[in-house]
Design a protein around this ligand. Sequence first.
Ligand SMILES: *Cc1c(COP(=O)(O)O)cnc(C)c1O
Length: 398
Amino acid sequence: MTSIFTQAVHAGERGPAPREVPVTTPLYHSVGYLEPSAAVMEDVFSGETAGYVYRRYTSPTVEAFERAIAALEGGDAAFATASGMAAVHAALLAAGVRAGSQVIAARDCYGATYDLLATLLAEQGVTVHFVDATDPCRVEDAAFLHRPAAVLVETISNPLLKLADIAALARTTRAIGAALIVDSTFASPYLCRPLALDADYVVHSASKYIGGHGDVLAGVVVTSHSNREKLFAIEKKIGAVLAPEVAWLALRGLKTLPLRMREQCANATRVARFLSEHSAVAQVYYPGLPSHPQHMLAEQLFGDRGFGGMVAFELRNGTRAAAFAFLDALKLVLPATTLGDVYSLALYPVMASHRAVPPAERAELGITDGLLRLSIGIEDADDIIADLDAALHVANME
Ligand SMILES: *Cc1c(COP(=O)(O)O)cnc(C)c1O
């Protein structure tokens, strides 16, 4: 199989030249397309011939991004969406989640995903069961009990970087005929290809590692041809589709995904080791450390490619004041609410991603007042470590 380094550069590009003349000039901003004849247009409308009709259906630049990400994930097809959340929503609907359906989801899934399931979809008559998805037996028990339409997990969870045993979960979903949806945003196709482990839908927030430069808000679902048909039929009505300008940026970003990820994994490993030896740090969460409870699973899932660019840790002085002092003292690492970019970022889950989670539930999840999450960039590891070291000293004096 072609290496992901080669795929990332070439996949999706130089697709079939469109037969249609765009009504306005490319980058393919055009909303409408002209066919050579009404007969061809009829065939495109009927689905007999592939082609472009209207931008909400598809357009050449968006298709190029879809081809590229499908190749990198080893999937048949992809469907690009306006954001990662639109991708999560589309995958749930394509999996058949409707009023009366049951869904099983990872208890510590991404905040907005939790919210989508627990509020919007719950209000629409979907029953959601949140379980500890790190334990495939718990998911299996819940699945046989509730017979869900879909099971939704994340390859690497936020912010504690727990892993999902995708192959084991897929055996369960296959047995009961449920769809397995894997949000693989934190892993990216560089580390793991969930479809090869028998997942049905892989979802990404392309706003993170795929875009990689902090200037893209996009999502994508990778799946089979028949599931893509379902996604298309749904999004034709909902319209949460990706804009060509953004697809163009995402496709540009994607080319360096393997290079960035290789560097980010190496830097994150160094940062995790540095933190685990630091006197101001009580605990480090990183799948690459032998102390991570799922280190073996990480090696199975990611092979020798690395363990991701995300690192979480707890300050020994586990107070909100110490966490604030740490964030304020950072000079290189940016305290911004995103991840997966070329620059290093720090996030305080209690203030940002897990703000809406009640304190008691937060404590149960292990998200303490002293917990910080880092997204390690491609800067020189020595510079990142020096910045963290200086900020840790300030936090420790708080
Ligand atoms: C950011 C993120 C999302 C949502 O993506 P947006 O592009 O912000 O809509 C979903 N899942 C995970 C794991 C994320 O990190």
